[in-house]
Design a protein around this ligand. Structure first.
Ligand SMILES: NC(=O)c1ccc[n+]([C@@H]2O[C@H](COP(=O)([O-])OP(=O)(O)OC[C@H]3O[C@@H](n4cnc5c(N)ncnc54)[C@H](O)[C@@H]3O)[C@@H](O)[C@H]2O)c1
Length: 366
C-alpha cells in the first residue's frame, strides 16, 4: 500500500492507494483513531458488485454501523436526497461522534461529503472512490456539493476527509463508458502537467483507449500528486491556482445541464476540453499545431460519446449563470500549451458560440 499526503491549510490527510487495500479499511480507521459509529453512504451499483467485500468490512465493526444505499445519478445529487441522508442519520441516532464513509464515484463522494460537512456542524468522513474519475480527481481536495435548480454543484462546501482509500480492484467492475469518463480527466491532467506524463498518455492512446496496468497506476498516482500539490497551495481556490483544475469545466457543466444530464460528467468534460481548445485558438492563445495535437487525443474517444444534438446558445446562456461567472461575464480557463494554463480569461460571445459548435460537432452522431 502506498501513500500520498495532502497537506492542506485546514487539515493534512493521507491518500492510501493500491490493489486490494479495501481489506485494510478497518485497520486504517483504528490506526488513525477515528470514530467507530459508522454511517456508510454507498452507490447501490457498487454495493451490488462488491457486496461480499463491503459486508465483510461491516461485520468487522464492533460499534454502530448503518448502510445507506442510493441510486447515484446527477438528478439524485440533490437537496431531496441530502435530506433523506440527514433523516437516516437522525433516525438511526448518529451524533457528533459519527464517521461517514462514502463508497462510490464522484456523485456519492460529493453528496456524502456535503452531508458530513454540515451534519452536527461537521463529522468525520473517509472517501473510498470506486470510479476512475473519482480516484484521479473528485475524491481529492475536499470540494463537496449538490446540484440545485438546474445548476451544477451550486451548493457546496470545502471539507477535507480523514483519509482517502483508493483500491484499484473496484475498477474491475467499472463499465467501459465510465472508464472513458476517467480517461477524460486523465487527459485533462496531461494537459495541466505537460512533460513526460503527456508523452506517456499520447503514446498509449495512439495504440488503444485502454491503459495498461502500469500506466493506469502511474496515472492515478500522477493525478493525485498533482492535485494534492495544487490543493496544498490554494485549498479554497482563492489565489487562482486551483482554478486551472477547471480546464474544460465551464463548458462541461453547462453541457451537462443543457443535455438534461443524459451525458455523463466525464463525457461532458471531454466535450468541454475540446471547446476550450477551440476558444484558446480563436483568442490566439494556442497555436494551430498544438491545437491539432491536443484535439487528436480527445477525439480518440469520440465514438464512445453519442451526442445527438445540442443548442449552442442554450449552453452559452447556462454558462453565464455558472458560479465561476462574475457580473454575467464568463471566466474561462484556457491553454497556451501543456503545462501553461491561463485562468479568468474573458471572450466575445461569438467566439464562445463558435467554439461550442466547433468542439461539439466532432462528437455528433449522424
Ligand atoms: N468534488 C470534486 O472536486 C469533483 C471533481 C470532479 C467531478 N465531480 C463530480 O463527480 C461526479 C461524477 O463522478 P463519476 O464520474 O465518478 O460518476 P458517478 O458517481 O455517477 O458514477 C458513475 C457510474 O458508475 C457506477 N459505478 C461507480 N463505481 C463503480 C464500480 N466500481 N463498478 C461498477 N459501477 C460503478 C455508478 O453507479 C454510476 O452509475 C459529478 O457529479 C461531478 O460534478 C466532483
Amino acid at each position: 500500500m502506498k501513500k500520498i499526503d495532502v497537506v492542506a491549510t485546514s487539515k493534512s490527510y493521507p491518500v492510501y492507494y493500491g490493489k486490494g487495500i479495501f481489506l485494510k479499511l478497518k485497520f486504517l480507521i483504528d490506526k488513525n483513531r477515528l470514530n467507530r459509529k459508522i454511517f456508510i453512504v454507498v452507490d447501490e451499483n457498487v454495493y451490488s458488485h462488491h457486496t461480499t467485500r463491503i459486508d465483510s468490512f461491516i461485520s468487522s465493526i464492533d460499534l454502530k454501523v448503518c448502510l445507506y444505499s442510493f441510486n447515484a445519478n446527477e438528478i439524485n445529487k440533490s437537496a431531496a436526497q441530502l435530506n433523506d441522508i440527514y433523516s437516516s442519520l437522525i433516525e438511526n441516532g448518529f451524533g457528533m461522534d459519527t464517521l461517514i464513509i462514502s463508497i462510490g464515484g464522484g456523485i456519492t463522494g460529493d453528496i456524502a461529503g456535503f452531508a458530513a460537512s454540515t451534519y452536527n456542524r461537521g463529522v468525520q468522513i473517509i472517501h473510498v472512490p470506486t470510479t476512475l474519475l473519482a480516484m484521479v480527481d473528485s475524491s481529492i481536495g475536499g470540494k463537496t456539493g449538490i446540484n440545485f435548480d438546474s445548476t451544477k454543484n451550486i451548493i457546496g462546501t470545502f471539507y477535507q476527509p480523514e483519509f482517502i482509500l483508493v483500491d484499484t480492484d473496484f475498477l474491475k467492475t467499472l463499465p467501459e463508458e465510465e472508464f472513458i469518463c476517467g480517461l477524460g480527466e486523465i487527459i485533462k491532467y496531461s494537459f495541466l502537467t505537460g512533460g513526460d506524463f503527456l508523452k506517456k498518455i499520447k503514446r498509449s492512446l495512439s495504440k488503444s483507449l485502454k491503459l495498461d496496468t502500469k500506466l493506469l497506476l502511474n496515472s492515478i498516482e500522477t493525478c493525485i500528486k498533482f492535485k494534492a500539490g495544487i490543493v496544498e497551495k490554494d485549498e479554497r481556490e482563492t489565489h487562482g491556482l486551483r482554478k486551472i483544475l477547471n480546464l474544460g469545466h465551464t463548458f462541461a457543466h453547462a453541457i451537462e445541464v443543457e443535455r438534461g444530464y443524459t451525458l455523463k460528467h466525464g463525457q461532458a468534460v471531454i466535450l468541454g476540453l475540446t471547446c476550450s481548445l477551440y476558444l484558446s485558438r480563436k483568442l490566439g492563445i494556442i497555436n494551430e499545431k498544438l491545437l491539432r495535437e491536443y484535439l487528436s487525443l480527445l477525439l480518440k474517444t469520440k465514438d464512445r460519446i453519442n451526442l445527438n444534438f445540442f443548442y449552442a446558445m442554450k449552453i452559452y446562456e447556462i454558462m453565464k449563470r455558472d458560479k465561476k461567472s462574475v457580473n454575467d461575464k464568463i471566466k474561462f480557463v484556457l491553454i497556451v500549451e501543456a503545462g501553461n494554463i491561463l485562468v479568468d480569461v474573458e471572450a466575445p460571445a461569438h467566439m464562445v458560440l463558435e467554439s461550442i459548435n466547433n468542439g461539439m460537432d466532432h462528437f455528433l452522431v449522424n
